[in-house]
Write a protein that binds this ligand. Sequence first.
Ligand SMILES: Cc1cc2nc3c(=O)[nH]c(=O)nc-3n(C[C@H](O)[C@H](O)[C@H](O)COP(=O)(O)O)c2cc1C
Length: 231
Amino acid sequence: MAEQFDEILNSTSLGEVLQSRRSVRGFTDRQIDKDLLTHIFEMAQLSPSNCNTQPWKTYVASGEACDKLRNDLVECVMSGAPQELAFNYFGDFKGEYRKRQVDCAVALYDNMGIARNDKPARQGALLRNYQFFDAPHVAFIGMPMDFDIVNGLDVGIYLQTLMLIMSAHGIASCAQGALAYYPKPVKAALNIPDDIGLLVGLSFGYEDESVAANKTRTPRASLADTVSFAE
Ligand SMILES: Cc1cc2nc3c(=O)[nH]c(=O)nc-3n(C[C@H](O)[C@H](O)[C@H](O)COP(=O)(O)O)c2cc1C
């Protein structure tokens, strides 16, 4: 079975995978084959990390566990519970970063047909995060609470590796910082130890192409804005 999955990865070009991965915010209810699910997380273990510490701790929920968590999280958010991030997040973007943030939101809301001043619709769109965009699977990814930003780099690399492997297998995903905001119901449902802090969640499954949000494409900054070469 594993060879069959390896074959798929080996026959897919990196360029193809990089081009096909994008954030998908609407999924069908089709479950991923259990062996493939295991294989994906096994392959993601190949991610590099500082001193090979592999600080990521990953908790995957599927089926009923995923549905229960979806309900718990929506209830938690709707109840007005406070956000409790385990790690610092700087989200007060300015200048070029603010522009990219706004452009990204506008692209998504335009595709969803949500007007700028339509607050209830925007809140509904935010809530979709906690419904995992209807995905049949979700992964919560964290690291030990006493680790810091540089260790977070390792988890970021792991996250991208995971998403690319999924893409190679035709599986769509959306990384979600929003899924780290309300850790209590998540930790309770998935038996996550107190000393593990959540960094990000990942909703994943097969794309529902009929969902308007999935028409969203985001541009990238020019090389001149992000990379400099010296000789
Ligand atoms: C660490 C991280 C956190 C993210 N958090 C969210 C989120 O909470 N909700 C969401 O809808 N998208 C989230 N995204 C998706 C980004 O908006 C998306 O990656 C970006 O706009 C680029 O678009 P693309 O993934 O389609 O290439 C997140 C992405 C990353 C890498």
